[in-house]
Design a protein around this ligand. Structure first.
Ligand code: FMN
Length: 223
């Protein structure tokens, strides 16, 4: 499965099998996380066989066997959230290509525990966790806005790469499935904005990642 295919396959999963993540799969995840951490200058950390970073609300809300997660953290800089959104999207989709399922949680988790168990440096900010494991099911597609609700291309028919990019962005996870983004294009230029909200930096990074995979990075530049 490619990352592009994973975008179509990925949905939030909250009910997992007991099956642990095998060592060779954990190594692939850790290698990818290390490369993302170095490339983006963030600090994501895979925690296996622990559920203490989940708070009670999440644990009782129709969940099962949540035993692994990735803590999303980094230095207190203005673009931290966008970078974690971008890197988190990559690791979620990479996990999907390895046959795993995921659930992004930025609101309802225990930051103190995530810091302690994830070995996060005291000065880092923590912006969420990505729960990961083998789902009992693959989840279901979220309700989606239409391309015309979230994009505009210079008032005329958009090129194929733009249409594909918007389609990928509409498949991305957003907090409470708000999909509060706007993608504008003209010529080979694109701008992407996300409405202000508690997680809008993360969501902007996630949407940019999805758009880039769908559109092809070689077809456009940001303005
Ligand atoms: C930045 C972000 C924060 C999220 N925070 C939570 C959360 O605190 N609790 C929760 O149950 N789900 C959370 N989610 C999961 C979303 O509700 C879910 O991704 C969305 O409904 C879209 O569904 P999908 O992932 O199946 O596409 C979050 C997702 C994102 C991207």
């Amino acid at each position: 499965m490619t990352i592009d295919e994973a975008i179509r396959e990925r949905h939030t999963v909250k009910i997992f099998k007991k099956k642990p993540i095998p060592t060779d799969i954990a190594k692939q995840l850790n290698d990818r996380i290390k490369a993302l951490n170095e490339g983006l200058d963030v600090y994501m950390s895979l925690v296996l066989n622990d559920s203490s970073a989940l708070n009670a609300a999440v644990r009782i809300a129709m969940t099962k066997n949540i035993n692994n997660y990735i803590v999303l953290s980094g230095k207190n800089e203005s673009d931290l959230e966008e970078k974690l959104g971008y890197g988190g999207a990559d690791i979620m989709l990479f996990a999907q290509t390895l046959g795993l399922n995921t659930w992004w949680v930025s609101g309802t988790f225990n930051k103190g525990k995530a810091r302690e168990i994830g070995g996060i440096p005291g000065t880092n900010l923590i912006k969420g966790i990505i729960i990961i494991g083998y789902g009992e099911n693959n989840g279901i597609p979220h309700k989606s806005k239409k391309p015309q609700d979230v994009s505009v291309y210079n008032g005329k028919t958009p090129p194929f790469w733009f249409i594909r990019g918007v389609g990928s962005a509409l498949l991305a996870p957003t907090a409470m499935n708000k999909q509060a983004f706007m993608i504008k294009g003209h010529g080979d230029k694109v701008s992407i904005k996300y409405d202000k909200g508690p997680f809008s930096g993360l969501e902007l990074g996630i949407i940019k990642y999805h758009f880039e995979v769908g559109a092809g990075r070689e077809n456009f530049s940001y303005e």
